[in-house]
Design a protein around this ligand. Sequence first.
Ligand SMILES: C[S@@+](CC[C@H](N)C(=O)[O-])C[C@H]1O[C@@H](n2cnc3c(N)ncnc32)[C@H](O)[C@@H]1O
Length: 226
Amino acid sequence: MRLPGLGGWHEDPVWSYVYPWLVEHERIGGPAWRAGTGSDLALMRETAAEIGTLPRGARVLDVPAGSGVALRGLRPGQGIDYVAADISATMLARTRAAATRLGVTDQVTTALADVGALPFADASFDLVVSLTGLHCFPDPRRAIGEMVRVLAPGAALTGSSLFTDTGPRYEPLRWVGTRAGILGPMCSTAEAVTWLRESGCRDVDLTLHGGVGYFHATKAATQDES
Ligand SMILES: C[S@@+](CC[C@H](N)C(=O)[O-])C[C@H]1O[C@@H](n2cnc3c(N)ncnc32)[C@H](O)[C@@H]1O
């Protein structure tokens, strides 16, 4: 059954306005996010903050860029090459608007791309950020494989997602999101950890906070290490 009125990602859904508004208006957004997901918006900001630690000349991939929430981790004048990728042209237009608002347009380029077949060379990024994306992708295993493929050896993949094994409290959220076309098949935390490892990551960390899991994994520097 498909729930009417909410819209999938290709229709610029209502949720794509609500979520960035919540992130920008944390006094209201914080409690609302906590009520809905059991997690804390600050953790998303902390995840994006890793972008701000990168040296001049570093290359970052943000996928899915969506409305540009992760751009908050990028500092004006930081001098990095920030590629914002998403399957939706409408969402990328919203990323560009966010980049303008935040004064970082000189560092940001956008790319219309499917995470399942990223149009980037192997080992070409120093950080891949994927905020609230894995649960939307049609094939999360393939998405993880692609995001790790484009990472340079020793570089990190960081992000957040809903998972299937976070208990009955979040079942209504998953049910509505899936029926609305906003959520994909999703995966369990154990599957995500296994797929990160089999893609060549070590130091895999996945920590649940309420219904949201935050992951951080480093691509092995050599084949022997993976
Ligand atoms: C919940 S939003 C998150 C976006 C962003 N990271 C944020 O936090 O605002 C999910 C995004 O995934 C994108 N998306 C869905 N399937 C995709 C795919 N196969 N490849 C790339 N992006 C995809 C949607 O267009 C949407 O912008």
